[in-house]
Design a protein around this ligand. Sequence first.
Ligand code: ATP
Length: 274
Amino acid sequence: MNGETMSARQNADRLQAPALLSVQDLSVTYSSGSISALESVSLTVHEGEIVALLGVNGAGKTTLLRAISGLLGLHGGAIRAGSIRYRSADISSSSSWSRVRQGISISLEGRRIFGDLSVVDNLKAGGYTTSRAGTAKALEQVMELFPVLGRKRDLAAGLLSGGEQQMLAVGRALMQGPRLLLLDEPSLGLAPLIVKQIMEIVRDINAGGCSVLLIEQNVTAALSVANYAYVLDSRRVEHHGSAAALLADDTLRDLYLGVAAPTAPRGAENGALR
Ligand SMILES: Nc1ncnc2c1ncn2[C@@H]1O[C@H](COP(=O)(O)OP(=O)(O)OP(=O)(O)O)[C@@H](O)[C@H]1O
């Protein structure tokens, strides 16, 4: 079976799964409309998928996660056109709070943990919409997924290593028991071994029934776990396809993905992702 046939089949399989999240022709601006950050962007995450969102700096990736999670207004942004549907309902104008309650959780770039609070208190803060019993159960599950957080549960979070802090940020987003997890650069600034560990955890989270939309500058890591990927450039979706199909496209690999071709390795040059 050649790559093309395989990718067509993967696409057909993908379309059969129900859409969990569907972004349609979304346009977003900041600063009362003077800065355009997304233009007519469409993207789908089906039930059970890991979808990667790739693209050069400033392409609009974080803006898209803010729009999906309802945090755009906090950053001075607004939806100008298009819609965001989650489990078939239009959530474009619902509050971030209601989106969390419906099962959408976000783990932000830069970790944003409370450094003075203990690991366990940081996690509990993530379970703010859940009952006490629900929080206790979620804590147990998160600590099972990240044993290091269990071992360091009473340590001030600011004393954790970078990788551990990132795990804490992801763990905190899991405290709500999400059905859709939005991850903004979970591998940022981490050593390769830790990146691998985080990607394995993303796979475990997905195997537990949670769909994932993953922003990553580390394209190799993202495509190693994603079923499908979208490439944003200058506010628009320029390409999308299965991870295998994107990696097999020479032009795309050189221009956007910053991944060296297997036969003629080149450095991460034009348009490389950092
Ligand atoms: N709060 C804000 N106010 C004004 N402009 C913003 C704001 N946040 C982002 N932008 C602009 O919107 C555009 C998209 O930014 P965004 O952070 O979404 O891109 P990105 O693809 O996530 O970038 P990076 O990979 O560098 O994090 C950029 O031009 C950025 O300067």
